[in-house]
Ligand binder design. Structure first.
Ligand SMILES: NC(=O)c1ccc[n+]([C@@H]2O[C@H](COP(=O)([O-])OP(=O)(O)OC[C@H]3O[C@@H](n4cnc5c(N)ncnc54)[C@H](O)[C@@H]3O)[C@@H](O)[C@H]2O)c1
Length: 324
């Protein structure tokens, strides 16, 4: 398996890179620039030698195809994307990167059919809008998708296009729909605030999580491992799956953080606005197709993240610029 990751210098990509290297694999990253600030938190200098930078814009189909061909990639992990606030501010750019970029990855897979075995791509829980008023229990994968953001609408579009590439061209693909990914390296995006709260406590700073309500908190190491499973598990066809972590009210997150770091009692507050995405998602189908999946408890995920941030702080290496 030779993996080319688009957007691989992002939070999830950096953790996937770490796990591939832990399995003695090299990895190729197609990204806009060689920004290793997240990888630097996870890998030592020798390990970073195994990460190969391929400069390029994912929304340019010729660039993507050329990169896939040159690298000889057999598996494409497509993570490049603009997040909710950027898509809201600039929907045309959002569509260019998130929709055209995804088409470019699939077009490369079609053009290099004998070489590329599979596409795995990041969809998002944002394909779901708020739960129906009369909904009971977790929301399944295959419900009517009614996102309330451009970002969510672009992700729905990508899932539908992935199905068409299977029907028309036989390209196998797996789409995964994370919710709030948390852990070291999560420094950007609408749902990065729980991670920022952990970081603030490690640095002894106050932090207010601007929203509240029910959350699905997914430890980044588990999410990366699930993407890896999607790359390697036997699979044929095109499907997209909910991903589920710890579904808890924000109060439980804050209370668990307090158990890990008692001083957070004076430092962390939160709002009460529920984010407009169904918070309670059913991942039974994902577990049946790709499981058993790793499930780090909320307590362990927060503890691991806090410890890493605290030791980086002690070393004077904790970047706090995302807290302001
Ligand atoms: N982090 C989450 O909680 C979460 C939840 C749901 C879905 N997702 C999806 O997972 C994927 C990865 O998320 P993340 O948190 O690692 O994102 P991130 O914002 O940390 O990283 C995105 C990466 O994409 C790159 N990129 C942006 N535009 C590009 C372009 N035109 N060409 C090439 N590269 C480009 C960026 O440079 C960055 O390295 C995204 O598609 C995101 O929508 C993330």
């Amino acid at each position: 398996m030779r993996v080319l990751m688009t957007g691989g210098y992002g939070c999830i990509g950096s953790w996937v890179a770490k796990q591939l290297i832990d399995h003695s694999q090299d990895v190729w990253i197609l990204d806009l620039k060689e920004d290793t600030h997240r990888l630097d938190l996870l890998l030592d200098a020798d390990q970073k030698e195994r990460v190969h930078f391929v400069p390029g814009d994912v929304s340019d189909p010729d660039v993507v195809r050329g990169a896939v061909e040159r690298v000889g990639a057999t598996h494409l992990l497509h993570l490049a994307g603009l997040q909710t606030p950027t898509c809201r501010a600039n929907p045309i750019l959002g569509a260019k990167v998130n929709v055209i970029g995804t088409l470019a990855v699939f077009e490369a897979a079609v053009a290099l059919k004998g070489q590329v075995e599979r596409v795995v791509y990041a969809s998002s829980a944002a394909v779901h809008g708020p739960p129906e008023a009369d909904a009971t229990g977790p929301v399944a994968d295959e419900v009517r998708l009614a996102p309330l953001t451009h970002y969510g609408a672009f992700k729905v579009c990508n899932e539908l296009n992935a199905k068409v590439y299977w029907l028309d061209q036989g390209v196998t693909s797996v789409g995964l729909r994370p919710w709030t990914v948390y852990g070291v390296g999560r420094d950007f995006g609408m749902t990065s605030e729980p991670t920022k709260a952990i970081k603030a406590v490690a640095a002894g700073r106050p932090y207010r999580i601007s929203y509240g309500g029910l959350q699905d908190l997914q430890y980044v190491g588990d999410v990366a491992a699930t993407f890896l499973r999607a790359l390697t598990a036997p699979f044929e066809g095109a499907d997209a799956f909910n991903v589920r972590g710890a579904v808890v009210p924000i109060e439980t997150f804050v209370a668990t953080l307090r158990e890990v770091a008692p001083r957070s009692a004076e430092l962390v507050t939160h709002g009460d606005r529920q984010l407009p995405i169904a918070p309670d998602l059913d991942d039974t189908r994902l577990d049946a197709r790709l499981g058993p999946l790793p499930r780090t408890s909320l307590q362990d995920g927060i503890l691991e993240t806090f410890r890493r941030f605290a030791s980086l702080h002690e070393e004077g290496r904790l970047d706090l610029s995302d807290l302001s």
